[in-house]
Design a protein around this ligand. Structure first.
Ligand code: THG
Length: 744
């Protein structure tokens, strides 16, 4: 892309680039009449002024150019056909945008000098409808933005600014619209995205700054920052986050403070000097390179910024981007310390009867509950699969995902054999999703189709080791396909950290001779993928390996298999999170039998099999259920029993044990000596990798229940009723200590 704007932005002297101030604010001061707007029906439609009173718009542009702005924004904030439609001007969208761009461009040409070139940014506001809340569908929005972007492009804008973004899904629609225009014209121009963080600390639909960055990072944008809603003070922590993590240039375009309602009108109090001081700090200490003003900022504000831009240098940044998925609310890093990325498998119509029944009954609330219940079990991402013969999967995906997205704070893995269903989910899921999956089974066209939509919606991809010859059964073949896909995907522009290889966990539970090698083949291929394909992730649908065994045997085999796979490099798994057991909880003999089954260590005497771990496992678990057999525990002393309740996260029988302990100990001693002893073991098991997070959470829940039970028995002095103060604990968000804090 040849771009004078980017040349300036990235020039060695790293200049601070100054945008203009509020268009609306400075149109208002001109006291325009209904006639100026072309009649009563159009009053308030600022975009229409480029037809009816272009001088008014030109006045604003001139004012900011005189003040020293490097970039002025077109008068097209509400310039999509959707917003213009509210004034019956929908059919004018393309032409209004083109006209506005031409007007601004004429003025920048007038003011540009070789030392101080001036640029036009094509303004694309959010519109009045939020796609995440179902006010408008993705395709309609996408096409409206494409039309607006084409008008701006043809009018000659130097860059695009998608601004005042309130909904992450809306941003994706706008970016897709702009990309359509680039593809059509065969030419790119720079893109800036500016999100709006409300005074309550998130975007209007609830996205945290980190989520917005995770969601936008896959896109080809040049500048990412904040504008509108508040003054600079409330933007500071968000700006700091971007400065530390965003790979894009950081921008900050605040209001002149939080608006105050005086006599029914918005008043903005921040003075030019105050704005200048705040942004100076952002530039020098945080590394912001693009500044400007939003609502309430006048020519004087921009003049103050233009002055400092002459001498200021943005602080050098070394951003650390963290690969992650995201719900619309928050992010989930792919990499886990001491654990694996837990993808909940239960929202799967082909893998769960309960899910299938709910889907058939179109019980969407029930399905949302099923999704939510997996949070408590420890799932960090939700696999969503509606593949079910005889139903309209595209519709099911849309209906289900659109509800899950707002109700469940987990990123989604859209699981289908058909890309059309994945795309239906992507059109309603504003977060950063994972697509499960693609492969070469139907040739390269289908393989690339999924990569194409991954790019379009900014998603990660799962690649299964299946090619034109079918499912890979040997470690060599699994690796060969993974390597082919690794090269193809990277050449296509998908970075390694957005690729999750699935070397396929196939059943080792059938007794069929050709299935005997399935476990070892998968484990060996994981080791090789981890060693030779740097940066990628590896995932398995673990439960597959034990199909057909009874539930108790499955739980144990799945858990041991997961552990073995993690040892050689698996870093994520699709599982029923509450059914995975930590090794510490599995009888060593059972572990041994599972390992022998996984690596097919049958023993033979000549041709005769004298030891078959599959047979052994079946016998061991004959008639057993997944409910823990606690008959042995009843004989343990109550102190030990309570400790076990905490370690096992077992709430059944907890109250009885506590009642018994209360006969001997005061409640606070029970907590401090017996129960906390159990939590200490939990901490040690977690630290040494023998216990995964979901179990820690179960233990913590049990602890909470125990404390709640004991509380009524405590003396006033013990609970300290009168001395309860405010207790503050702070940790670095997302850090391991954060987990502990949240448990507390
Ligand atoms: N790789 C990838 N994606 C996948 C799989 C994989 N998606 C689907 C599947 N495999 C993973 N999900 C499941 C979900 C459920 C079960 C197994 C794998 C399961 N269900 C019980 C059964 O069939 O016996 C039924 C449970 C119920 O009815 O509630 O075991 O490998 N990339």
């Amino acid at each position: 892309m040849k771009s004078a704007f980017l040349d300036r932005l990235h020039s060695p002297e790293r200049p601070v680039i100054v945008f203009d101030g509020g268009m609306g604010t400075n149109l208002q001061t001109q006291n325009l009449t209904a006639d100026d707007f072309g009649g009563k029906d159009y009053e308030g439609c600022n975009e229409y002024l480029v037809y009816t009173k272009p001088e008014a718009v030109a006045n604003v542009h001139r004012g900011f150019l005189e003040a020293g702005a490097d970039v002025i924004e077109t008068d097209t904030f509400g310039g999509t056909s959707i917003v213009l439609g509210e004034y019956d001007l929908a059919d004018k969208a393309y032409d209004l945008n083109k006209t506005a761009a031409e007007l601004a461009k004429r003025l920048t040409q007038e003011y540009s000098t070789p030392e101080k070139p001036r640029f036009v940014a094509g303004s694309m506001g959010p519109g009045t409808k939020l796609p995440t809340l179902g006010h408008i569908d993705f395709d309609t929005l996408h096409h409206a933005f494409a039309e607006q972007a084409e008008g701006l492009f043809d009018g000659g804008v130097d860059l695009f600014i998608v601004e005042t973004c309130q909904d992450v899904l809306q941003i994706k629609a706008a970016l897709n619209g702009i990309e359509d225009v680039f593809a059509k014209k065969g030419e790119r121009r720079p893109i800036m995205v500016s999100v709006t963080m409300e005074s309550f600390g998130t975007m209007l639909v609830g996205s945290e700054m980190s989520a917005a960055l995770t969601i936008l990072e896959p896109y080809k944008i040049d500048i990412l920052g904040l504008n509108c809603a508040t003054g600079p003070d409330l933007m500071k922590e968000h700006i700091r986050y971007l400065a530390e993590h965003s790979p894009f240039v950081v921008s900050c375009i605040p209001n002149a403070g939080l608006p105050e309602n005086i006599g029914g009108k918005a008043h903005y109090k921040l003075t030019p000097m105050e704005l200048r001081m705040a942004l100076m700090h952002f530039v020098e200490d945080l590394g912001v390179q693009v500044i400007g003003g939003c609502c309430g900022t006048r020519y004087e504000h921009i003049q103050a910024l233009a002055e400092i831009s002459k001498t200021l240098k943005p602080k050098e940044r070394i951003p650390q981007f963290i690969p992650a998925a995201a719900s619309i609310y928050s992010t989930q890093t792919y990499e886990q310390e001491n654990s694996f990325l837990i993808i909940g498998e239960r929202l799967n119509a082909s893998g769960s009867k309960k899910c299938r029944d709910l889907l058939n009954a179109e019980d969407w609330d029930g399905l949302v509950s099923l999704a939510k219940s997996q949070i408590k079990e420890g799932a960090q991402i939700l696999d969503v699969n509606v593949d079910y013969v005889g139903r309209d999967g595209v519709r099911d995906m849309r209906e289900l995902v659109s509800r899950v997205v707002t109700n469940v704070n987990l990123p989604l893995m859209l699981d289908s054999t058909e890309w059309q269903k994945m795309e239906a989910g992507l059109k309603v899921a504003g977060g950063k999703c994972l697509l499960n999956s693609t492969n070469y089974e139907d040739g390269e066209e289908r393989f690339y189709k999924v990569l194409e939509i991954a790019k379009k919606y900014g998603a990660a991809v799962v690649v299964g080791t299946i090619d034109e010859d079918g499912m890979a059964r040997t470690a060599e073949k699994k690796f060969e396909i993974a390597k082919r896909a690794y090269n193809d995907a990277i050449n296509y522009g998908i970075p390694a950290h957005e690729i999750f290889f699935d070397p396929l966990a196939l059943p080792i539970s059938t007794g069929i001779e050709e299935d005997r090698n399935n476990g070892k083949a998968t484990i060996d291929s994981i080791r090789q993928i981890r060693q030779e394909l740097p940066g990628c992730h590896i995932v398995l649908g673990v439960s597959n390996i034990s199909f057909g065994l009874n539930a108790a045997a499955r739980q144990v085999l799945n858990s041991v298999f997961l552990h073995e796979a993690m040892q050689v490099g698996l870093d994520s798994a699709i599982v029923s999170a509450n059914k995975i057991l930590p090794l510490a909880k599995i009888d060593p003999e059972h572990q041994e039998v599972c390992r022998k089954l996984i690596y097919d260590q049958r023993e033979f005497n000549g041709d005769v099999c004298v030891y078959d771990p599959l047979g052994k496992l079946t016998t061991l678990f004959e008639g057993k259920t997944t409910k823990r057999d606690r008959s042995g525990d009843a004989n343990l002393p109550v102190e030990e029993r309570l400790k076990r309740h905490i370690i096992d996260g077992e709430r059944i029988g907890l109250d009885d044990a506590l009642a018994e302990a209360l006969k001997q100990y005061p409640p606070l001693d029970i907590i401090n000596n017996l129960l906390l002893d159990g939590m200490k073991v939990v901490g040690e098991l977690f630290g040494s990798g023998q216990m995964q997070l979901p179990f820690v959470l179960q233990s913590a829940q049990t602890m909470k229940a125990a404390v709640a039970y004991l509380e009524p028995y405590m003396e006033k002095s013990e609970t300290g009723d009168n001395s309860k103060g405010t207790f503050i604990i702070a940790t670095v968000k997302g850090d391991v200590h954060d987990i502990g804090k949240n448990l507390v």
